[in-house]
Design a binder for this molecule. Structure first.
Ligand code: PRX
Length: 676
């Protein structure tokens, strides 16, 4: 994708013109062992058999009690899946594997420093550690079913242990990406009303030991200012004595987990029998307002869905070693590092650090040494690995049967490198399209049954029936190649249940655009709006074109433009702020920020830095802007609306179009001169 192909105005309007129509076919060796090779699948999962076909997914799990009804629509569109059924996610990911596989590795934890050896946690060991920590959560932290707890931890074996201990007790976990700032973490603590925060002392990033606990000390202070006191901060110690946990424990609040666990050695905690529709976790994600929303995922539906996706789309067998390089702090990590693979009894790899640290061969060494055969990552990482070490994979002796991509479109030439060089021409690639809200995949090709098409995801996965609407709400004919808003016609078990504490926002955002009868209890009246533009080719493959809302996809992660603009506006000198996406070779896109000043203030490099730093402090490094431009004024319509489209065109060196209708057309050339 070269810059000249892109006319960036909003994220959704980025037009990417790929002419790629090649197909690649799964090798016979893959097909022979694939979990899903069934010509009747389309018929079995046709819409007229909805919702009963989803029983097949639920039957992959172990239930204390089977459900009374597959789908309860009485509270539409807050669907209840497998209503009346009872199960426990921790039991399904651990206990049920013990009879046959207790000595098998559940988690391979790979520290960033190679001299720290890999930790191999067996299912039996996972069982012991989850039980002990669950006892601590119950008896020391006084947490119980339905309470929320915020977890702000780096990649470590202790992170899934913490999540699974919560799940064992029915505590709703809210994991916040470890790289998020104190302020972002505090917002999530407040919104979820967490009185307990779980953290870790430190972790390595690019060879540097970072003091993580210090970030959460600040998060506690900020949360309290916003009205939510953290009365217990649980601190896992990886490097006892080396970080601030040694010197800065806050009396009455901080508990060092490693010490406290000594009181629980040998403890066993019976898994709580959760109703299928009870929440399992919250995952905050960006939307169109400044405030991130807590996507609430249920227990039975979510777990059934991610288990089925892991089995049929990622082709995970219990004997596979599976490595998903996402961070557990995002939905990909929840669904496809922790819950899906562990529910299937596979071995899942967790890597602490930067893929290219200390050198471009690190990933392939890990793959070789752990004998990884399924690999899962985002186009951003693939681009970076290709750039720093295009020939590295050939130097290592590993063999992938399956590779997944997720989170953003992958350019065909990057796809081909992934296929030929990383996959050595022998792996199947599945481009999975989905979202935080959807829990698991929406679209993908079926790895053992359908060809791969670089640059496109696949059709809807079994059970998912896509539909594309034009801006007037008319259905775009299937296979016409015309772009529109992609929606899902039917509910599915992995879909989030609501936005935590804000049902109205849930209904309005995801169903408001195409629902014509708000009191309907018929699922057919509630197509789910993904917020993406897409087109379906004649072969049924879908190409995702980008967001239709104010969300920027940076390195496969979502950032709300309003979130960044709100952060900039915390700087007292700033009057107005506008963010636009700019094409970036590795990250896909990057935010670029325009600000104007209040009267009486002058632009300066210091002020630019102050604004740039405010964004990082409020959100995290992931939101760092390419540039902060202090402009004399924003291009505006006569009614005073900032024309982000014009700023986007300037940033991407595109055509600004006719600007004579603006209230201040002369500003466009001034900004252009400044930026070029
Ligand atoms: O715009 C789509 C893009 O990422 C958004 C979802 O982001 P998030 O909730 O952070 O979840 C990322 C991991 C699931 C979508 O609305 N997206 C996701 N997968 C793809 C994609 N764009 C193109 N191709 C994909 N495979």
């Amino acid at each position: 994708m070269s810059d000249k192909n892109i006319v960036a105005t909003s994220d959704a309007e980025i037009a990417v013109h790929w002419q790629e129509e090649d197909y690649f076919y799964p090798p016979p060796s893959f097909i022979h062992q694939a979990n899903l090779v069934d010509e009747t699948i389309g018929d079995r999962f046709s819409l007229d058999k909805f919702p009963e076909y989803y029983k097949e997914f639920a039957e992959l799990l172990t239930w204390y009690k089977y459900w009374d009804e597959v789908l309860d629509t009485s509270d539409a569109p807050c669907w209840k899946w497998f209503r009346g059924g009872k199960l426990n996610a921790s039991f399904n990911c651990i206990d049920r594997h013990l009879t046959e596989n207790k000595n098998k590795t559940a988690i391979h934890f790979v520290p960033e420093l190679e001299e720290e050896r890999v930790l191999h946690v067996t299912y039996q060991e996972l069982f012991v550690r989850v039980n002990e920590f669950a006892a601590l959560l119950r008896d020391t932290a006084k947490l119980k079913r339905g309470d929320r707890v915020t977890i702000h931890m780096p990649m470590s074996a202790e992170l899934p242990i913490t999540m699974l201990a919560c799940a064992r007790l029915g505590i709703i976990h809210s994991v916040v990406f470890g790289g998020f700032s104190a302020s972002a973490c505090a917002d999530r603590i407040v919104d979820s009303n967490s009185r307990v925060l779980i953290t870790m002392d430190a972790y390595y990033r690019s060879g540097k030991l970072l003091d993580h606990k210090a970030v959460d000390d600040e998060a506690c202070v900020l949360a309290e200012k916003e009205g939510q006191k953290v009365d217990t901060l649980l601190v896992w110690q990886r490097y006892p004595g080396r970080m601030s946990t040694k010197t800065s424990l806050v009396g009455g609040r901080d508990i060092v987990v490693n010490e406290e666990l000594k009181n629980y050695y040998g403890a066993r905690v019976k898994p709580v029998q959760m109703l299928a529709e009870e929440p399992l976790f919250l995952m905050y994600t960006s939307g169109t307002t400044g405030k991130p929303k807590g996507a609430q995922h249920g227990t039975g539906g979510y777990l059934a869905y991610v288990t089925a996706m892991s089995k049929y789309i990622q082709d995970i067998h219990p004997e596979d070693v599976y490595w998903c390089m996402a961070d557990i702090g995002w939905i990909t990590g929840h669904s496809f590092i922790v819950y899906g693979p562990l529910a299937l009894g596979a071995s899942t790899v967790i890597y602490e650090g930067v893929p290219t640290y200390p050198d471009a061969g690190r990933c392939w060494r890990i793959a070789q040494d752990l004998d990884v055969n399924i690999f899962h990552t985002a186009p951003t990482a693939i681009r970076a690995l290709r750039k720093v070490g295009p020939d590295e994979p050939a130097k290592y002796n590993y063999h992938f049967k399956h590779m997944t991509t997720v989170g953003e479109p992958i350019e065909p030439e990057v796809w081909k490198w992934y296929h030929k060089v990383v996959g050595k021409g022998k792996a199947v690639i599945v481009d999975t399209y989905w979202q935080t809200e959807t829990g698991g995949f929406l679209c993908a090709s079926l790895p053992g049954m359908q060809p791969m098409k670089p640059g496109s995801t696949g059709p809807g996965v079994p059970g998912i029936h896509t539909i594309i609407f034009d801006e007037n709400g008319n259905i775009i004919p299937r296979g016409s190649g015309k772009a529109g808003n992609i929606c899902i016609q039917n509910p599915w078990p992995g879909c989030f249940q609501t936005i935590w504490g804000n049902r109205k926002r849930f209904v309005d955002t995801y169903f408001g655009m195409y629902n014509k009868n708000p009191s309907s209890k018929d699922w057919r009246d509630w197509p789910y709006l993904t917020g993406d533009a897409a087109m379906e080719a004649a072969d049924g493959y879908i190409r995702i074109l980008g967001r239709i809302d104010d969300v920027i996809n940076v390195s496969g992660h979502r950032l709300g433009t309003k979130e960044i603009e709100s952060a900039a506006l915390t700087v007292p000198e700033i009057a107005e702020a506008a963010v636009v996406p700019v094409a970036h070779e590795i990250k896909g896109k990057e935010p670029e920020l325009y600000v104007s000043l209040k009267p009486g203030f002058d632009p300066s490099p210091e002020l630019q830095k102050k604004v740039a730093d405010a964004v990082v402090t409020q959100i995290g490094k992931i939101a760092r802007c390419k540039n902060v431009w202090i402009v004399p004024d924003m291009p505006k319509t006569r009614s005073g609306k900032i024309m982000r489209r014009v700023l986007g065109a300037i940033s991407n060196r595109g055509d600004v179009g006719n600007v004579m209708t603006l209230a201040n057309p002369e500003i466009v050339d001034q900004i252009k001169d400044m930026v070029s």
